[in-house]
Design a protein around this ligand. Structure first.
Ligand SMILES: O=C(CO)[C@@H](O)[C@H](O)[C@H](O)[C@H](O)COP(=O)(O)O
Ligand SMILES: O=C[C@H](O)COP(=O)(O)O
Length: 951
């Protein structure tokens, strides 16, 4: 902005004589800090400041002048970009308010205001606007603040409520006389309400911001269009160019004058009320053909304000003419309005469009602003955040950009955070969204968790044995595997199997005298944790007698059967889950945090790490800058538009266990109604030839591991045109952030797939089938008979009729060949092994899966039952029918009874495998079961060899 003209010849100063206040339509930190604003007040008699999202976007979106405060805030607090922006804005607004305080005081509270706008996202939300106006008023806490509220039909009652609450209000985005009338009524009503309450009216200031140049812009364009089309009224139309906005504003002023004569106003005035001044906004000339001071010169009149952008202010200082123009030529203005109507220029329609566009453009500006703040926040936080890099082919990237933009336009991330089910299917989704708040919630209750941790430490347990399935076990397993044992705490073991060998193996790892047992089940009625509990409680009771209860902790939702049981059995502690968080979204709730506490994970650091991630995925962060939405959009677009539905997880060794948790989240959330994303975890990385066009790679990379070869192999995939998302961790604890990022991303991907990401209908079906088989067992003492369709050596083959019919062959190899010959491009193979999960069997399954992958160029999943039933099992049954499954069961070398029941772990596992197969068959999946008779090791070798020959 240029320097001031000599005071005597300064048109800006002269406006005071015409009783109009010039305000500045601009703010930025340096401008206030370096004294420029104070100089304008001093030299040009500038008497107020307005800000808007667009103005703040310009100020904060570039440069470094806000960095110092941002750094300072981010050092002390974990805030979202939305909160960070607001803190910066409030600092600016307060600083400007202080500069204007002398004006305010000298004008006895009638001038010298600074405006701050409520979030434009709330422009159609009455409750939100009312609440935010009050919040901003309290946060800024300066008497010369004006809170800007838009004059949308939805927000009009917020004007009344805010005025009634004694808040100074700048009503913005007024384009039409009708809207203005509603604003005036709301303002008067607000004052009446305040008066009725006995409030002091004299301190409540208000302006009604009537937008000017945007109207000419639209009308002129319409005139030009009609003239170009050869309109018969071309001459009269042309004469209206550049006239309508001013005439429209004059009509508003006439209305204000009329209001000032009404008894309604007089009564308020007598009670000490200030008038609501008309403020001319949007006064920068857009059409270069017009005078650059057109919307200042023409609108000068008493008791009004004109807020000038810097260039217009400079121009007016330089060559503005001060004369009272507002109240003059009213007849002419009326004529312009009449002509406008007579000639069919749709002013009403245009002003409605202008409100919509005004709201949208402020929202767009706010998106831009918050995107910039988020980017800056990420830069300043540096290594404190995981980072995401995408390498996507051009067409894929373009589709992702479109998806992000659609999410931005629909405000979907804000709707997600507002728990609005219309983001998905308008079903029961809203009931399952408390994971959004669980990190804040756990931090608020960190005292309880830390006290528990201290007690566990003091009791000196050597082992912690967690028993649970799926959402109740996979998160703790990641914590156990990633962090290992913590000094002063016991080793955390996670048991999620009904395989008797596996149960026995865990029994060997622990000493009940020194073990803390945690049973985790949200529902409290899941078969597996209940029988594991029965087994280990029996063991503990034998060892510890009446003290056994003091070694047991339950984590379960309030009111569950498990809770009742735990109370009755005198468990040491019972921790409550949140019924509005589903199992797979529960890791950052007590289901993950209680085992974390027991294992000695530094809880506050962990949760604060998580919180940094939560804040970056906040509803205030627009999709393209929002790490969760970005990831979810890529996942959704990959699956729905590019057939890349095999999300292949590659990880550096120290964080590779994260994949098993991701599997459940992604598969169970998205795999249903024939749609879905199939996670492929722990499949050894191969060269580009190993992969088809159905993959989306996610590379989880702990930077400190320096896995150059792995990095190279990933680069080769990118060069070969495979889409890759690389997520860089700077330390292991950042899995906390990634838990949350993947939760948001999966929810977002669910929206792209148009499914409810929070139910698991096909997991339930398998449970039902298993239950039926178990009931039969309890009645008859055996599982219903089943007939193999072939038997070769130790390998016995079972299938339903439809599958068996296509799997003819005289040898095991021939049957397996027939089965895998059904695999085609874009399919995947699932090896579903109901055997003990240990080093040998993991190696075996890896070996076999890689053989299948390389022979068929197909994605492979290697899973152990029954654990996968609570995880990927959902997608195998409910997702796309592209899976070809080989279920592997085996004789149990040893079985264990389940105390208090008539059955054994082996029977349960067998029933689960059969229930699983029955549902796969019922869903018409290509499935074959091979049962290994006798020695497991030999049987697995025979199966591997037959598979080798078959492929
Ligand atoms: O405070 C106000 C109005 O209440 C102003 O900042 C107002 O938002 C601005 O004058 C307008 O947004 C500027 O409009 P335009 O020049 O972009 O058409
Ligand atoms: O993912 C959840 C599992 O199905 C276990 O459920 P639960 O926590 O109710 O026992």
């Amino acid at each position: 902005m240029t320097s001031s003209a000599t005071p005597s010849a300064n048109p800006l100063r002269a406006l005071a004589k015409a009783h109009q206040s010039p305000w500045l339509d601009f703010i930025r930190r340096s401008f206030v800090e370096d004294g420029s604003l104070a100089r304008l007040v001093q030299d040009d008699d500038i008497r107020g400041v307005t800000s808007s999202p667009a103005i703040f976007q310009k100020a904060m979106g570039e440069g470094t002048e806000y960095d110092a405060q941002m750094r300072d805030i981010l050092t002390h607090e974990i805030v979202s970009p939305g909160v960070l922006y607001e803190k910066l804005a409030v600092t600016d607004i307060k600083a400007a308010a202080h500069v204007l305080t002398p004006v305010y005081e000298q004008a006895h509270g009638k001038d010298g205001f600074v405006s701050l706008e409520v979030s434009p996202y709330l422009a159609r939300d009455l409750e939100g606007t009312t609440h935010e106006a009050a919040r901003l008023w309290a946060d800024v806490a300066e008497p010369n603040l004006m809170v800007k509220i838009p004059a949308t039909p939805e927000s009009i009652p917020a004007i009344r409520a805010s005025i009634a609450a004694g808040i100074n209000v700048n009503v913005t985005l007024i384009f039409s006389l009708n809207a203005y009338k509603n604003v005036v009524d709301a303002w008067l009503s607000g004052l009446e309400d305040l008066k009725a309450k006995g409030g002091d009216l004299s301190h409540v200031a208000s302006v009604a911001s009537f937008f000017v140049s945007r109207i000419d812009n639209k009308i002129d364009a319409e005139i030009d269009r009609r003239v170009a089309a050869g309109d018969e009224n071309a001459a009269t139309l042309k004469a209206l160019r550049g006239k309508v906005a001013i005439a429209n504003a004059k009509m508003a002023y006439v209305y204000w004058q009329e209001i000032m004569q009404t008894p309604r106003w007089k009564a308020l005035e007598d009670a000490g009320a200030q008038t609501q001044r008309l403020l001319w906004a949007s006064t920068g000339t857009k059409d270069k053909a017009y005078s650059d001071v057109l919307y200042v010169d023409s609108l000068i009149g008493p008791q009004t304000v004109n807020t000038l952008p810097p260039a217009t202010m400079d121009a007016f200082r330089d060559h503005g003419i001060v004369a009272e123009t507002l109240g003059t030529d009213i007849a002419n203005a009326r004529q312009v309005m009449e002509d406008t109507q007579r000639l069919g220029l749709d002013l009403q329609g245009i002003t409605k469009t202008l409100v919509d566009e005004g709201v949208q453009s402020f929202a767009d500006a706010f998106d831009g602003l918050l995107g910039s703040v988020a980017a800056k926040q990420a830069t300043l936080l540096g290594d404190k955040l995981t980072t995401l890099k995408t390498s996507l082919p051009a067409d894929f990237q373009e589709a992702v950009n479109k998806g992000l933009n659609a999410w931005r336009k629909d405000g979907s991330i804000r709707r997600l955070w507002a728990k609005d089910a219309s983001v998905w299917t308008n079903g029961p989704e809203a009931k399952w969204l408390n994971w959004l708040n669980t990190v804040d919630d756990r931090l608020n209750h960190i005292g309880d968790l830390e006290a528990f941790q201290a007690e566990v430490k003091a009791r000196g347990f050597h082992q912690v044995l967690l028993m649970g399935m799926g959402g109740s076990s996979l998160g703790p397993e990641v914590l156990a595997m990633t962090f290992g044992k913590h000094e002063g705490f016991g080793h955390l073991y996670v048991l999620d199997s009904t395989d008797p060998q596996q149960v026995a193996a865990f029994e060997k790892k622990i000493d009940p005298h020194h073990t803390l047992f945690i049973v985790a089940s949200k529902s409290g009625s899941t078969l597996e944790p209940n029988i594991m509990l029965a087994y280990f409680q029996d063991l503990a009771k034998r060892a510890l007698k009446e003290k056994a209860g003091s070694h047991f902790v339950a984590i379960t939702d309030p009111g569950s059967k498990l809770e009742t049981y735990a109370k009755a059995e005198g468990f040491w502690k019972i921790f409550a889950g949140d019924p509005q968080i589903g199992g797979r979204y529960s890791v950052l709730s007590n289901f993950g945090m209680v085992p974390a506490a027991a294992a000695g994970v530094p809880l506050r650091l962990f949760l604060e790490d998580a919180l940094r991630g939560v804040r970056m995925c906040d509803g205030s962060v627009p999709p393209a800058s929002n790490p969760g939405v970005l990831l979810g959009t890529i996942m959704g677009v990959a699956a729905t538009q590019f057939g890349r539905d095999k999300l292949t997880i590659i990880a550096t060794p120290q964080i590779m266990d994260f994949g098993a948790w991701m599997e459940q989240l992604i598969a169970e959330s998205t795999g249903k109604h024939g749609k879905g994303i199939i996670p492929i975890d722990d499949e050894t990385l191969g060269g580009p030839k190993r992969y088809g066009k159905d993959r989306l790679f996610v590379y989880l990379r702990l930077a400190t591991e320096h896995r150059h070869e792995q990095d190279e192999a990933i680069s080769t995939l990118i060069d070969a045109g495979q889409p890759v998302i690389t997520i860089n961790f700077h330390n292991k604890r950042q899995i906390a952030q990634e838990f949350f990022r993947w939760e948001i991303a999966t929810a977002v991907a669910g929206a792209f797939l148009n499914i409810d990401p929070f139910d698991q209908p096909d997991v339930e079906s398998t449970k039902i089938e298993t239950r039926k088989l178990m009931e039969a067992y309890e009645k008859t003492g055996k599982l219903p008979a089943e007939e193999p369709f072939a038997e070769h050596g130790p390998l016995v083959f079972f299938a339903d009729q439809a599958n068996a019919a296509t799997l003819k062959g005289n040898t095991a190899t021939a049957i397996l060949k027939a089965h895998f010959d059904r695999v085609k491009a874009g399919d995947y193979v699932g090896l579903l092994a109901y055997i003990e999960r240990n080093r040998e069997t993991l190696e075996w399954i890896q070996h076999v899966r890689l053989h299948v992958r390389d022979a068929k160029t197909i994605a492979t999943a290697a899973e152990f039952g029954p654990r996968f039933l609570h995880s990927t099992g959902q997608a195998y049954k409910g997702g796309p029918n592209t899976g070809v499954f080989l279920q592997i069961t085996a004789d149990d070398a040893r079985d264990l009874p389940v105390p208090g029941t008539g059955y054994s772990f082996g029977v349960v596992k067998a029933a689960q495998a059969r229930g699983d197969f029955d549902v796969l068959a019922e869903r018409k999946r290509r499935a074959l079961r091979v049962h290994i008779k006798g020695n497991l090791k030999e049987g697995l070798a025979a199966l591997a060899s037959a598979l080798h020959d078959a492929l």
